[in-house]
Design a protein around this ligand. Structure first.
Ligand code: MTE
Ligand code: MO
Length: 334
């Protein structure tokens, strides 16, 4: 099996997460009638061609950005770049942690247009590279907490989501924001079939309440480690919502739509009892099949030695965002 190849450079979920946890998201797929053989990926000839065992293209397509660098916070370990770019969840490029880096070359992020539309006075189409080339992007160092109970600390560069939304002048019916990833099975081969892409109906979609989207922490990243985004991290533009589980931070976005009703979201569609719309990081509300009280931090120490640390309420951003959820039962609205 070509794409199941493993090496120390391509840590897999087993390396950072207890077996019970990494198996979990895949178990959902079994519930959908996708058997283990299908999950193992390349069983059909055509499929094997799509995800051939090409070499990783790490760094090959990234270039330095103009940024206002963030001050490195004292005592905080930033996840090494090599780990952040080889341990990824981007099911459109394969469901193993090392697949997105290996398959990164399929995605052609340049040129790229992003629409901002829906319940707005001034819809527009953004030429993402024009923005990247003409701006000095802001750098922010954020924690990332995956629902699978591993975490990283990453230096993103980009702009606040609110800045882009406000430019479109949302009207009074704009209550939610819906995001969509590119749909193009040639560039994102996991979209070519349900089994190849982990049982997800593509395009990948996400959403936020308008007040969440306008919170100053909500960020549109166009860079990582001071360079343009590698494909595996969601080139050329992706959402970063640091107080929510990683799956809310949708990659390679082509549309941001202001809408009146709560939009459907990918993991919630797949298993609504396990993945809610809100998906706020909460150590007190466990996933039905594993604890969310702690996480393995992927830092300098090597994936195998990843250190377990307590998970913080709202991933440590409670001061900034707890007020958004005042009066809400966070067990119900998980
Ligand atoms: N389109 C798309 N966006 C996605 C995903 C995905 O599979 N497809 N995975 C999500 C999950 S589960 C996580 S944890 C983060 C991982 O981001 P990173 O690989 O840059 O660390 O991306 C999120 N965004
Ligand atoms: Mo995740």
């Amino acid at each position: 099996m070509l794409i199941k190849r493993r090496s120390s450079h391509h840590p897999t979920e087993q390396d950072v997460t207890p077996e019970a946890v990494y198996q979990d998201r895949r178990l959902i797929l079994k519930g959908l009638g996708l058997g283990a053989a299908t999950l193992a990926f390349p069983t059909q000839a055509g499929v094997r061609d799509l995800f051939s065992a090409d070499k990783p293209t790490l760094g090959a397509t990234t270039r330095p950005l103009n940024i206002h660098a963030a001050t490195r916070p004292e005592g905080v370990i930033i996840t090494p770049e090599e780990k952040a770019t080889t341990h990824n969840n981007f099911y459109e490029l394969g469901t193993d942690k090392g697949d997105p880096a290996r398959n990164a070359h399929y995605l052609k992020p340049e040129p790229w247009q992003l629409r901002v539309e829906g319940e707005v006075a001034k819809p527009f189409t953004l030429d993402v590279w024009d923005l990247i080339n003409k701006s000095t992007l802001e750098e922010r160092i954020y924690r990332l907490r995956c629902v699978e109970a591993w975490s990283m600390v990453l230096p993103w560069s980009g702009i606040s989501l609110a800045e882009l939304i406000r430019r479109a002048e949302p009207n009074s019916r704009a209550k939610f924001v819906a995001f969509e990833t590119l749909y193009d099975p040639e560039q994102l081969p996991g979209q070519a079939s349900r089994s190849l892409g982990g049982g997800i109906d593509y395009p990948y979609v996400e959403g936020l309440r308008i007040d969440e989207a306008l919170n100053p922490l909500s960020f549109l990243a166009m860079g990582l480690y001071g360079k343009t985004l590698p494909a595996q991290n969601g080139a050329p533009i992706r959402l970063v919502v640091p107080w929510k589980y990683g799956f809310k931070s949708i990659k390679s976005i082509v549309s941001i739509r202001l809408v009146e009703e709560r939009p459907p979201t990918t993991w919630n569609l797949l298993a609504s009892n396990e993945y809610g719309f809100y998906a706020n990081v909460n150590p007190q509300v466990d996933h039905p099949r594993w604890s969310q009280a702690s996480e393995r931090f992927i830092g300098e120490g090597g994936i195998f030695g990843a250190k377990r640390q307590p998970t913080l309420m709202f991933n440590g951003y409670a001061d900034e965002v707890a007020s958004l959820y005042q009066g809400m039962d966070l067990r119900k609205w998980y």
